[in-house]
Design a protein around this ligand. Sequence first.
Ligand SMILES: *[C@@H]1O[C@H](CO)[C@@H](O)[C@H](O)[C@H]1NC(C)=O
Ligand SMILES: *[C@@H]1O[C@H](CO)[C@@H](O)[C@H](O)[C@H]1NC(C)=O
Ligand SMILES: *[C@@H]1O[C@H](CO)[C@@H](O)[C@H](O)[C@H]1NC(C)=O
Ligand SMILES: *[C@@H]1O[C@H](CO)[C@@H](O)[C@H](O)[C@H]1NC(C)=O
Ligand SMILES: *[C@@H]1O[C@H](CO)[C@@H](O)[C@H](O)[C@H]1NC(C)=O
Ligand SMILES: *[C@@H]1O[C@H](CO)[C@@H](O)[C@H](O)[C@H]1NC(C)=O
Ligand SMILES: *[C@@H]1O[C@H](CO)[C@@H](O)[C@H](O)[C@H]1NC(C)=O
Ligand SMILES: *[C@@H]1O[C@H](CO)[C@@H](O)[C@H](O)[C@H]1NC(C)=O
Ligand SMILES: *[C@@H]1O[C@H](CO)[C@@H](O)[C@H](O)[C@H]1NC(C)=O
Ligand SMILES: *[C@@H]1O[C@H](CO)[C@@H](O)[C@H](O)[C@H]1NC(C)=O
Ligand SMILES: *[C@@H]1O[C@H](CO)[C@@H](O)[C@H](O)[C@H]1NC(C)=O
Length: 371
Amino acid sequence: MFSTLVAVALSSSLFLTVNSQGIVCNVTSPCPESTPCCSEYGYCGTGNFCLGGCNPLYSNSLDSCLPNPLCEDATHTFADNSRILTNASYFDGNASEYDWVVDKGSIINTNSSGGELGLILTETNGGTRLSSTRYVHYGTISAQLKTGRWPGVVTAFITMSNIKDEIDWEFPGANTTTGQTNYYWQGVIPNATHGQTETGVSDTFANYHNYTIDWQPDALTFSIDGNVVRTIKQADAVDPTTGINEYPNTPSRIQLSLWPAGINSSAPGTVEWSGGMIDWQDPDYVSAGHFYALVQSVSVKCADPQSPGANITSYVYGSNQTTDTPAIAFSNQTTVNGAGHLCEIARFGVLGGTAVSWLVPALLGLAVALV
Ligand SMILES: *[C@@H]1O[C@H](CO)[C@@H](O)[C@H](O)[C@H]1NC(C)=O
Ligand SMILES: *[C@@H]1O[C@H](CO)[C@@H](O)[C@H](O)[C@H]1NC(C)=O
Ligand SMILES: *[C@@H]1O[C@H](CO)[C@@H](O)[C@H](O)[C@H]1NC(C)=O
Ligand SMILES: *[C@@H]1O[C@H](CO)[C@@H](O)[C@H](O)[C@H]1NC(C)=O
Ligand SMILES: *[C@@H]1O[C@H](CO)[C@@H](O)[C@H](O)[C@H]1NC(C)=O
Ligand SMILES: *[C@@H]1O[C@H](CO)[C@@H](O)[C@H](O)[C@H]1NC(C)=O
Ligand SMILES: *[C@@H]1O[C@H](CO)[C@@H](O)[C@H](O)[C@H]1NC(C)=O
Ligand SMILES: *[C@@H]1O[C@H](CO)[C@@H](O)[C@H](O)[C@H]1NC(C)=O
Ligand SMILES: *[C@@H]1O[C@H](CO)[C@@H](O)[C@H](O)[C@H]1NC(C)=O
Ligand SMILES: *[C@@H]1O[C@H](CO)[C@@H](O)[C@H](O)[C@H]1NC(C)=O
Ligand SMILES: *[C@@H]1O[C@H](CO)[C@@H](O)[C@H](O)[C@H]1NC(C)=O
């Protein structure tokens, strides 16, 4: 079957290519005004540093990052890869133009059975990760996928917010009858819970299964083929020592990935968890020239706590927040990089319609520039 795989994008590069240079940013050291946006990799910059993964808490101000594109109900299929931008560096934030961006690595399309997206892992490409261009702020997300089957190679279907709330389905390739569920709150595994292994799944490499993350404000449910395997109640996610509720609560992108855990640069525990070191002499790898995982479809049913009104385009982090529960608000501002720029307004010469929302940030920008 490998010979029927057609490469549509090939690349070899370091694991972190996008947004990975500049001044370091973190919780104690937010970005300066000149390079206001803290990328997901922890570096300050402008342009696409302000897009997907831009961390508002480590940026110059809470509104330095561009607003996060609003959730939309959808079923993404992969008859071809035309809705996927193969290099996230070229994304401008327009979620109407692409449904997914490739953050790193390379993808293929099988062009069979109606088309399937293939995520590629080679010894040199460091694995592949795609992110949805839209965010989900609670919702039901399902992926029909086939995992890898190789020790050290991990297939993942997760949600990830810009402040690193995370909900995971992960499949270490050494065991193709299990799947693991987990969640993180602001980058840490909550004290109240931990990862869990779901067993008795029929061969996850040979068979498509429907893996679901049902993330609602009051409970998080994981299912396989419609059967619930794990439920976490929001009310139970309280840290016993601090009293902080550590339930994921910020808008998140959907991410699909195939990543190398069994390599020298991984922590020993990660290597062990993933089933050991990757065997680059594996016959599957030698014959195909890569490891892969296949995705047939991803469906999204949004469940925003309030329904967005007319003209709402995005989510923003509000100033009314505590560390544990950032305030998330709807916004009608553009999510597109550069679209709020004065010259764009001048060029289009519009004061009505959707351009009205560009005017406010543009004028504020001018005011700042004149001071
Ligand atoms: C944050 O970044 C600063 C500046 O690079 C660095 O000195 C500091 O150690 C970092 N702090 C953390 C917690 O990583
Ligand atoms: C398979 O699909 C890709 C688009 O993802 C297209 O570029 C390629 O030409 C197709 N190959 C065949 C053999 O149809
Ligand atoms: C976003 O992309 C859509 C579809 O390609 C296009 O119609 C729209 O003009 C774009 N919006 C901006 C602000 O670039
Ligand atoms: C994406 O494009 C950037 C800028 O041209 C380049 O540096 C990077 O290597 C590309 N990434 C991939 C994965 O091809
Ligand atoms: C996979 O995990 C299940 C459950 O822990 C275990 O029973 C089974 O033996 C494992 N299979 C392999 C090949 O390790
Ligand atoms: C996957 O399971 C979810 C949850 O049960 C369901 O809503 C969805 O329709 C299923 N998707 C497919 C393609 O079967
Ligand atoms: C979780 O527990 C550890 C000790 O077990 C403690 O150091 C840490 O502060 C706790 N986490 C939070 C967020 O309170
Ligand atoms: C990884 O570590 C092993 C054992 O220390 C060593 O033999 C091997 O050369 C290393 N591989 C790479 C790519 O560094
Ligand atoms: C902050 O949010 C809380 C809860 O939604 C609300 O009760 C309070 O009035 C808000 N405060 C301000 C200053 O907006
Ligand atoms: C955008 O929202 C602001 C207030 O939040 C409102 O004044 C403005 O009319 C809205 N613009 C559009 C196009 O809906
Ligand atoms: C939405 O935008 C239209 C056109 O700009 C405007 O007439 C309408 O008042 C806006 N609605 C809301 C609720 O802001």
